[in-house]
Design a protein around this ligand. Sequence first.
Ligand code: CA
Length: 315
Amino acid sequence: MMVNQTRLIENLVDASADRDSRDKQTIGQCLGDVKTLYTQLQEGETLLRVLQEEYNTTSEERERLAEHNSRLKEKNRQIEAALNDTIKRTRTSGAADCQDVLTMGFTKSDVYTIYPRPPGTNVTVYCDQETDRGGWTVFLTRDSSLTPHLAFNRSWQEYAQGFGDLTGDHWLGNKALHFITGGSDYIMRIDVKNTDGEEAFAEWGSFSVSSEEEKYRLNVRMYNPNSTLDDVFAYSNFMFFSTHDQDNDPKPQGSCSNEIGGGGGWWWKSCSYIYPTRPFSELGDSFDGPSTCCWLEDHEYTPLAYIQLKIRPWM
Ligand SMILES: [Ca+2]
């Protein structure tokens, strides 16, 4: 019994030593594997860093290229616009107004350059080539659907030079109006739309604007009886132009522009049958916004949502 126990113990010791030896071997192999894996991991990290750097460089490069591309496109657009403008100018050279532009074959309503007298003068204008056979040189557009609304409370100098966007709300300018209408006889037309969407128009067979020395005095007559809007210009005839900073109106003790016109320029008398340059208002009151008198049926002041003034040579 004793002998057996001793052998068993010896065997166990041997087995344990064996296992220790195997375990040590296994641990050794594991350590080796871990070292290899660690090295590979480090190599992987290094590779990742290199790739990340390359990627960053490529992104920056891509951004630079995109920026460069966009600058090129903008430059291209500018060159194209300048070229188109030059082509338009060359083609419309000699046109005194939009009727001449139409006669030259430009049937699309658009912005064109015209060359009214005196020689050397050129003006960029919007031509309405659709209304009643076209040929209209537009000198005022106000459209309540265009936002933000263009401010019309402008100085004498601004009304002289003109302001706004020719394809949208704008005043062409008294100087240009004088140059154009000084050359020959012009018809003037007004197109309006009220806030209910009803349209009306009126025409006058004679229209001109005097020089700055004469305060851009208005000369308008020969109201066309076929108009659907009343003779809203009769009251303003022979009036000087007035702005909020230059009161030439005959209203004693006060300025129409400041007191009733919201700072807008016009051929104010005391004051007007029409208020094309008054600020748009959300109140809907007939004396707010560019209201006008009168639709022929009712002769009431009506708030307007749209108004356009334009001229065409008498033919
Ligand atoms: Ca006055």
